[in-house]
Ligand binder design. Sequence first.
Ligand SMILES: Cc1cc2nc3c(=O)[nH]c(=O)nc-3n(C[C@H](O)[C@H](O)[C@H](O)COP(=O)(O)OP(=O)(O)OC[C@H]3O[C@@H](n4cnc5c(N)ncnc54)[C@H](O)[C@@H]3O)c2cc1C
Length: 387
Amino acid sequence: MAAGSFRFPRIDFSPELKALQQEVRDFLASERASGGYTPVADGWAFGVDLEFSRKLGQRGWLGMTWPKKYGGHERSSMERYVVTEELLAAGAPVSAHWVADRQSGPMLLKNGTEQQKQEILPRIAAGECFFAIGMSEPDSGSDLASLRTTATKVDGGWKINGRKIWSSGAHFCHYMIATVRTGGTRDEKNRHEGLSQFLIDLKGPGIQIRGIKNMAGDEHFNETVFDDAFVSDDCLLGKEGEGWHQVTSELGLERSGPERFLSSAITLTEAMRRIGDNPDSREAETIGKNVARLKAMRRMSLGVSALLQGGESPVVEAALVKDLGTKFESTLLNDVRQLIPTEAIGQSTDDYARTLSEGLLRVPSSTIRGGTNEVLRGIVARQLGLR
Ligand SMILES: Cc1cc2nc3c(=O)[nH]c(=O)nc-3n(C[C@H](O)[C@H](O)[C@H](O)COP(=O)(O)OP(=O)(O)OC[C@H]3O[C@@H](n4cnc5c(N)ncnc54)[C@H](O)[C@@H]3O)c2cc1C
């Protein structure tokens, strides 16, 4: 790719997409009015509501693009985009199923056995089966390929030993897709070789999940310890030694969605609700500036989706959207906080005060999770031939 040639194709919603958008909006409005959910900041990462996930499954809004024979709905990725965008913008509590729907299901579809697809995918699509991501380790975050957790071949399967860290939701998830070492070494030269991915039942023997509280008090992520944890042969996902290739394509799914700029949008909406129809000039300027930024991010994010739908791999564009989007989320919260100061009350029944305080405590993690912004800029620089 030549420097300056970023691709963000323009997408206009068809009447069918607009109708779907309205359907989701109507559903969310009625759920919110009836107490079916309470808006939450960063709801795709921190809003766990098992009942709400099940309701989305019943409406056919999970596993949307997957084959019907595996419980999916064979809809387009743009239809999926429309649904996820509305859920995010409304601050819906969609965290329980988010990873399974976004990346683990598609990974299983690509690399799982026929039996795994038949057994697990319909449960994900029903909003009843949840997944954790097993990439990071205590000494391996950005430098993922330096990971140490091993899988050793034994009769009929593999024994896994080591530690994963920051495993979001592992305490309630059914499975983890973990990237571990089945060969190779941690040396600079060989580190990308000998990595493999496994489907691990988190209720299996030899697995201990220890919660780690974050600074907002959320019980969100965990340390997952494997002590001779046995998994059968069919739990090897894809090919032995192909883990690096597989995990980078998993990261592509993880980084490219609208959740990377919409996590704080609910607070902007609640601020606008507070201000009403007659903003003063300062309010109008702050709201106008942030809505314009949001529109620009959305335009870029839709462009990434269009490229993905066309079978392309928009690594640079997705990295740019995550970098700009996560910085935008932080600026937005600080802007509205200065506009409408409020006490930081996480339990407040006032939706503005609560989502603002939740958002302020959670937003620092947005430039870290899914790969830090510095690392993403390194990817952009490499793709542009600048390093
Ligand atoms: C809320 C949250 C949820 C998470 N959930 C999960 C999960 O479910 N599963 C999972 O596996 N992981 C998860 N993570 C872990 C996350 O992916 C890692 O924290 C992230 O990849 C960074 O790794 P690290 O924390 O080890 O930091 P380090 O890699 O040690 O980085 C420290 C600092 O050095 C900088 N740095 C490192 N390397 C470079 C480089 N090459 N160039 C420039 N700067 C560099 C980084 O940008 C960062 O500022 C989660 C993290 C958070 C915050």
